[in-house]
Design a protein around this ligand. Structure first.
Ligand SMILES: *Cc1c(COP(=O)(O)O)cnc(C)c1O
Length: 441
């Protein structure tokens, strides 16, 4: 399969290049040149298949031309060592729980898949591959844990000093092995600048194999289609799709997750329509309603993984539907919620249905609650465990009502190790070249 850049369709590369490069040289996002479809008959029996079996079938449609069946199967099965179940909140609204992975958020799926695919492509070469990732919190933990113990790959996580929560920091500073945490005396933008500058530095790239693991990578976003298929299969298995059409609501920030859902639909998965749920960063909501796309600086909200002012994956949605506002808005509607509204939703659903939403999932839940017709059944993506946002959620539902999952508690016990860096590129480059000795703290 070839992959083209959203900025230039004649700029094509193979899968390996698309994965190693991440972003196309012209700053476009890679798109597969075709989307292989399932026969309609596949969906008649999909309820008889396990999540892993379904995921492999989906992976085969994307990557089957490029990776031998056995290798692809082990990448998929090893990625999905945890389940993505659907759980009823009430009769008609189900939660697709994407928080059963190592860092309790959906990004585990893409990060784990990418780690294993990268190892497949590069792990056999003698050179060590260096993955550079800048994080404001969640991406660093998903990538670090996704790559943990993967041979031949060293992950360097750059994060801003004092700007990530303790639990987030613990999730990438306590791992050891092939993961190094770099605490940068600056803000997130400094971390991102250091990473971008490193990719452009000719000398460094001659000495080291450098790659990124950011969310626009095709190896991170395409595997997110797996769990949409599983949601359909499990609802069918539970007999919930008889006479009902499926509506999916996706709490959206950079729009990678929902784009994977749109791909699933293009592959034939019977989803009637999507709702992209935003917080106050409602750029896409406005686009869907007006046809005008105006990116702007993001504002901080309590659903902070969706605080994005210029969602990068929107370029893929434009491309998928030939930039037609009509086509896009007939496929998905938008919705938006203020912090106050999010708090009200979390509280109400906890009290009425005894289900604890996180601030992101709350937006997805309410988008369904407001709009489902009687012949529709809704699934929203519960993108992270509420305990990842303990302070916020406890303030809403009361102390003691947000139990800390064992996995998160384990991280808290670990010993924090990092390397302190100032925010100059010279220091980062010296670190990468191994010229300076930094002391572990
Ligand atoms: C990353 C993230 C989102 C946003 O997902 P996109 O694919 O960027 O739209 C939503 N919720 C949580 C908890 C996240 O970590």
């Amino acid at each position: 399969m070839k992959y083209y850049s959203t900025n230039n369709k004649s700029q094509v590369v193979d899968l390996k290049e698309a994965v190693v490069q991440g972003l196309a040289p012209d700053n476009g996002l890679y798109m597969p040149e075709k989307i292989n479809k399932f026969d309609a008959s596949y969906f008649e029996k999909i309820d008889q298949l396990s999540f892993q079996e379904i995921a492999y079938d989906v992976a085969d449609k994307f990557f089957g031309e490029d990776i031998e069946a056995e290798a692809l199967k082990s990448i998929v099965y090893d990625t999905l060592k945890f389940d993505c179940p659907v759980v009823p909140v009430n009769d008609n609204i189900w939660s697709l729980e994407l928080f059963h992975g190592p860092t309790l958020a959906f990004k585990d799926v893409g990060a784990r898949f990418m780690a294993r695919l990268l190892q497949y492509f590069l792990g056999k070469t003698e050179d060590q591959v260096n993955v550079l990732v800048a994080t404001s919190g969640d991406t660093g933990s998903a990538v670090a844990n996704g790559f943990l113990g993967v041979e031949g790959i060293h992950v360097h996580v750059l994060y801003p000093k004092g700007k990530v929560s303790e639990i987030q920091e613990k999730q990438f500073t306590t791992l050891g092995q092939n993961i190094t945490a770099l605490e940068v005396d600056g803000v997130f933008d400094d971390c991102q600048r250091l990473v971008k500058t490193a990719f452009l530095d000719k000398e460094l790239n001659e000495q080291l194999v450098l790659t990124s693991a950011n969310s626009i990578n095709v190896a991170r976003f395409l595997p997110q289609a797996f769990y949409y298929f599983n949601a359909y299969a499990r609802l069918k298995e539970a007999g919930k799709l008889d006479g009902k059409e499926l509506v999916v609501a996706v709490p959206s920030g950079n729009f990678g997750n929902i784009t994977a859902g749109l791909f699933a639909k293009e592959m034939g998965l019977p989803i009637k329509r999507f709702i992209a749920a935003n917080n106050e960063n409602d750029i896409v909501f406005n686009y869907l309603n007006t046809g005008e796309y105006h990116p702007r600086a993001s504002v901080e909200t309590i659903a902070n993984a969706m605080d994005v002012g210029d969602p990068s994956n929107f370029a893929r949605i434009f491309d998928l539907y030939d930039e037609s506002h009509e086509a896009i808005s007939s496929m998905m509607a938008g919705d938006r919620y203020s912090d106050e509204e999010i708090r009200t939703i979390v509280k109400r659903v906890f009290e009425d249905s005894n289900y604890l939403l996180d601030p992101h999932g709350a937006c997805g839940y309410e988008a369904l609650n407001k709009s489902l017709a009687s012949n529709e059944i809704g699934v929203f993506l519960e993108t992270a465990h509420p305990a990842k946002f303990t302070e916020t959620v406890e303030a809403i539902v009361g102390k003691g009502n947000v139990p800390l999952p064992e996995k998160l508690a384990k991280f808290m016990e670990g010993e924090r190790k990092n390397i302190a860096l100032d925010k100059s590129f010279e220091s980062f480059k010296a670190y990468l070249q191994g010229l300076f000795i930094y002391s572990f703290r």
